[in-house]
Ligand binder design. Structure first.
Ligand code: GLU
Length: 555
């Protein structure tokens, strides 16, 4: 009579490595007390999901905070969903956010002693563990066809019991070893299932680092651990990889909570200490008043690239995600006048759980703050790099004169409350167009929003006065005094009080006069500080604009 060793040999004749060998090859890490080993384990399905960036940020933060290790594992066992090249894209995108891993998968060759870090290259490890599970009677071959499984499901539906391959419904769980060997030798296709020892009527308890104690029904489903394509399922790969990569804390989406009993059952069966788990909230979106998961298909903001393409600074997205993670972040950031995430005392215990809602207005708020705080010189380099691949019109403007563009970026910046008009680099070009002569001329040709209360002849005269009489190259106060003198001479009231008391005696108020000057130079009623605008345009261009306009108004 054949025994389990014979079965194991027949299934995996080429596997010689044992679990003990693997334990020696991947020894426990020597880390200081309290250091956490975390990982980011995305599937290479084509793009970095905003929720995944959130997960990566938390894993990274916990590892850095504790002088631990943050590693990157590519979970490419679902070959149907794998998109070639997307592993590299993921690494590149994480690098944009500065979330570099200490070790892990690298397109040019892995980094670290616990690899390979790409699951498709770890077949030998999975097979070695499974061979041993077979020997111990904790895993078995299952010969069900898809039709057999459909029949089982139909019977379960008819009997109104839970679906799944368990108990009496686990058809091949109790085959004799001889029978198994005969079927394998006959060439019947098989998968390997884990033989659960769980009892559905009992509970499994574990302590989640965010949610505290969680109690769930014990797992009694014999899950597939090795698929017919020779690759493991998520459940098994998670247990094996996180054991041999010596992960101490699993940060993963809350959608994995229901599967945790399966994982704990396997850790127990293998005699391994399970890592800690922190199940992170999934990012939600408000859709017609209902909360739902950010969806790859429906929501462009589900892809991180959506934000990068529009020119959100990567740190703004991270800061925003941190504010979702810990609701005390904003308070901390205001008190410390800082967006430096490495200084923020992030805590899993303070994790907000009530379905983190994606809030674009909030992201814009942080982004405006961050762009406003960035010194013009470094902002220029970032905007330039972004524009080169995303904004041809802006790129052309920058190429036409970096120093000039730098001055524009610096408007109302070097002050306590800097101007905050850009939420993303994509906002810049439309707002700076008027500084560029060609665009300015086009806007003038399209019509300027002067107050119709003033006739053209009067406007022409006033603009000529401004052109010739303003104090160029002086400080703001001197310049403004000049503007006031011209306005007064032209019949405008210098104080609002005077104007209101006797409107008939004036052409208008000082703000009306300033608006005319502003519209003439910038084509809009709201522009950045006019003194700075004039200083950047320079005396010659300012005069040219005002006099050309005056001439055409007078014509
Ligand atoms: N590849 C899994 C996913 O993308 C990873 C989950 C985990 O971190 O364990 O959902």
């Amino acid at each position: 009579m054949a025994d389990l060793d014979d079965l194991a040999e027949l299934l995996f004749p080429d596997v010689n490595e044992t679990i003990d060998d693997l334990e020696r090859k991947y020894p426990p890490r020597r880390l200081q007390e309290g250091a956490q080993v975390t990982r980011f384990a995305p599937s290479p399905t084509g793009f970095l999901h905003t929720g995944s960036l959130f997960t990566a940020l938390i894993g990274y933060t916990l590892a850095k905070r504790s002088n631990g290790v943050f590693f990157f594992r590519l979970e490419d066992t679902d070959t149907k969903r794998t998109i070639a090249g997307s592993g590299k894209d993921l690494i590149d995108q994480l690098a944009v956010f500065g979330l570099d891993s200490d070790e892990g998968y690298r397109p040019e060759g892995d980094l670290g002693d616990y690899g390979p870090y790409r699951q498709s290259l770890r077949k030998g490890i999975y097979r070695a563990v499974i061979k041993e599970l077979i020997r111990r009677g904790r895993a078995y071959p299952d010969f069900c066809t898809p039709e057999d499984l459909d029949r089982i499901r139909a019977a379960q539906e008819a009997n109104k019991v839970l679906p799944g391959y368990y108990g009496a419904y686990a058809r091949d769980r109790s085959l004799s070893v001889d029978e198994e060997i005969a079927r394998i030798k006959a060439g019947t296709p098989w998968v390997i299932r884990y033989r659960s020892q769980g009892d559905h009527d009992k509970k499994t308890k574990f302590t989640d680092a965010i949610r505290g104690e969680i109690e769930l029904q014990d797992n009694d489903v014999d899950v597939v651990i090795l698929k017919s394509d020779g690759l493991p399922t998520y459940h098994f790969a998670h247990v094996v990889d996180d054991h041999f990569m010596r992960t101490t804390l699993i940060t993963r989406g809350e959608e994995w909570i229901p599967s945790t009993p399966i994982h704990l059952d396997m850790f127990r069966a293998l005699g391994w200490k399970a890592p800690k788990y922190a199940h992170l909230p999934v990012i939600m979106k408000l859709d017609h008043g209902n909360k739902r998961k950010l969806s790859k298909r429906k929501d462009p903001e589900a892809a991180v690239s959506y934000f990068l393409d529009q020119g959100y600074p990567p740190e703004a997205l991270l800061v925003y995600l941190m504010s979702i993670a810990n609701s005390n972040f904003e308070e901390w950031s205001a008190a410390n006048k800082s967006y430096d995430l490495s200084k923020f005392p992030f805590s899993l215990k303070k994790m907000s759980l009530d379905g983190a809602l994606f809030d674009l207005a909030k992201l814009n708020y942080f982004s405006k703050e961050i762009i406003a705080k960035e010194p013009a010189a470094s902002l220029l380099l970032k905007v330039k790099a972004w524009a080169a691949s995303h904004d041809g019109a802006l790129s052309k403007k920058i190429a036409g004169g970096e120093a000039y563009f730098g001055k524009i970026l610096n408007i109302e910046k070097e002050r306590k409350n800097p101007r905050k008009d850009y939420a993303k680099y994509g906002d810049i070009e439309p707002l700076v167009r008027f500084f560029y002569r060609d665009d300015y001329e086009k806007m003038v040709a399209a019509g300027l929003p002067f107050n119709p209360a003033f006739d053209k002849g009067f406007l022409a005269k006033l603009l000529t006065e401004f052109a010739n009489g303003m104090a160029y190259g002086s400080d703001e106060e001197t310049w403004w005094n000049g503007v006031k003198a011209i306005a007064e001479k032209s019949g405008f009231a210098l104080s609002n009080k005077d104007y209101k008391a006797n409107p008939g005696a004036y052409m208008g108020s000082l703000s009306d006069a300033a608006e005319i000057l502003r519209v003439a130079l910038t084509c809009v009623k709201q522009s950045p500080n006019l003194h700075e605008v004039i200083e950047i345009l320079g005396e010659a261009e300012t005069k040219r604009r005002l006099l050309a306009l005056a001439a055409s108004l007078a014509a």
